[in-house]
Design a binder for this molecule. Structure first.
Ligand SMILES: [Zn+2]
Ligand SMILES: [Zn+2]
Length: 163
């Protein structure tokens, strides 16, 4: 996502809008399907260009309980200042690439990865996989006894007379 900024570069207060719909390298491993859509605006500020926008994408992630692929749409917002000069070593600041464009890829990728949840479930009622035989308990039943209690705790239970 290369944003051409020649029309606003150096013209303080000048604003432009942008829109991208691109497949970004390295996101497929995170479960992202197809392209990432992004739209927003860039404004020439005092010492750099303020880029603000929002985006969306579709991803397929395994259910945390039964591993069934779950497809979902996700949305994110982003805002970043791109500095004109590279001398500034401030953290979290992006550098304007070359004379007249800004590469939004890493900003967008960061935003995408930050909204992918650690866990998704196919349904709140998902019964998950049997820990003993691995059957998907949403579709099958099994005869496994998963109520095994660690013998150490068993003695405690009798001690407290718990049934
Ligand atoms: Zn599930
Ligand atoms: Zn089982």
């Amino acid at each position: 996502m290369l944003l051409g900024i020649s029309q606003i570069l150096g013209h303080k207060g000048e604003r432009m809008s942008f829109e991208f719909d691109e497949v970004l390298d390295g996101l497929k491993e995170n479960g992202i399907n197809g392209s990432v859509k992004v739209s927003g605006s860039a404004v020439m500020a005092e010492n750099g260009i303020v880029v603000k926008g929002k985006g969306s994408f579709n991803a397929t992630l395994p259910c945390d309980r039964c591993l069934t692929p779950v497809e979902k749409n996700f949305a994110f917002d982003f805002e970043e200042v791109f500095l004109e000069k590279s001398g500034d070593e401030k953290e979290n600041v992006f550098i304007i690439n070359g004379r007249d464009n800004i590469d939004l890829d890493s900003l967008v990728k960061e935003s995408v990865v930050s909204v992918i949840p650690m866990k998704v479930v196919c349904s709140d009622n998902c019964k998950g996989l049997c820990p003993t035989c691995g059957k998907n308990l949403n579709f099958e039943t099994c005869e496994c006894d998963n109520s095994y209690i660690n013998p150490k705790f068993e003695s405690l239970r009798s001690l407290f007379n718990v049934k």
